[in-house]
Design a protein around this ligand. Sequence first.
Ligand code: PMP
Length: 379
Amino acid sequence: MDKKQLFTPGPTEVPQETLLESAKPVIHHRKQVFKELFRETTENLKYVFASEKSDVHILSSTGTGAMEAAVLNFTSPGDSAAVIVSGKFGERWRDLCKSFDVNAEIIEYEWGDYCKPDDVRKVIKEKNIKAVFATLVETSTGTVNPIRELAEVTSQAGVLLVVDAVSGLGCDRLEMDKWDVDVVVSGSQKALMTPPGLGFVCVNSKAKDALQENKRKNYYWNLKKSQKSLGKMQTPYTSPVNLIKGLNNSLKMIISEGMEAVWGRHQKLSGGAQAGIEEMGLEIFSKSPAAGLTAVKIPSPDKIGESFTKHCEKKYGVVLAGGQAHLKGKIFRIAHMGYYDEMDVVKSLAAIEATLNDLGERNVLGCGVKAALEKFSGR
Ligand code: PMP
């Protein structure tokens, strides 16, 4: 039997009701029926971004498109930006800045480490920084960054804070209004429990002002144009209507669970995953583990390496992610972001134990599962 379950940090499992909602007939993006769907979906998205005052732009793109839109719309050529790099997705901010003639002041950390807001404060003081580009959850290392503390620094300095929450939104706590985060970008395919293909850029009032001053002449990723369309409950070009239908279903599920409960569930799942991994004698990779995924060092990487995730998928149908860039064959990553519960985590741990046993690495059968169950039971 070829039964598989995704435990990858994007795309993730999607509830069947959401898939069915997306399979409904196509509606026209300029008709009233779409405007009603769009109004409801943007309102529901604001709940997840924890922002009443922001504009949420829904883009026909993946997360990277939303990142590119943020760089294009909130910087002008020749501006300087502080860019926090501690993994693959911080590097993406750096590369986007370079592509669009933004002087990137790189604040770099070892992969697996997290950002220290005082370092950012120092760079802001020394350089004429327009914006800080940060990452809520660095998916390549399973690390959550202290965005709340970072926002205190940028608010005081009057500098824009732009956060990539492609990973993290809907699993790791992020409160845009309360923390004063200016721009948050995300995507549909992770904790928002929707297939890939939608990008989001959420813009607060400070960033809306910055948008008006922007000097670039970008055509498609033009948030000024999109802002006008938002007023009419539309997108400037044909909307990805069926993905939006699906998204709205998943957002309703999040709303009925409640954001605090959703954050709490993810915290619990990561606690269980970490307890299980440690009980197997394996090491967590990150110094600040995220709620939505757990990155783990592969024991004896020279012997097991990339065959670990391949075996786990082939024999047990548990699809884990390997490491990226220099971490290929060195770590594996278990996602528990979005449509996941305690038994999903237990299943992933059982498959990891069985894989370790099959590959002759160690016999820890049942150890991680027991530790996770004990953690979940609160005893
Ligand atoms: N940022 C982060 C933190 C991500 O995890 C990802 C996707 N893994 C992206 C950006 C890029 O998103 P996409 O692949 O949807 O373009």
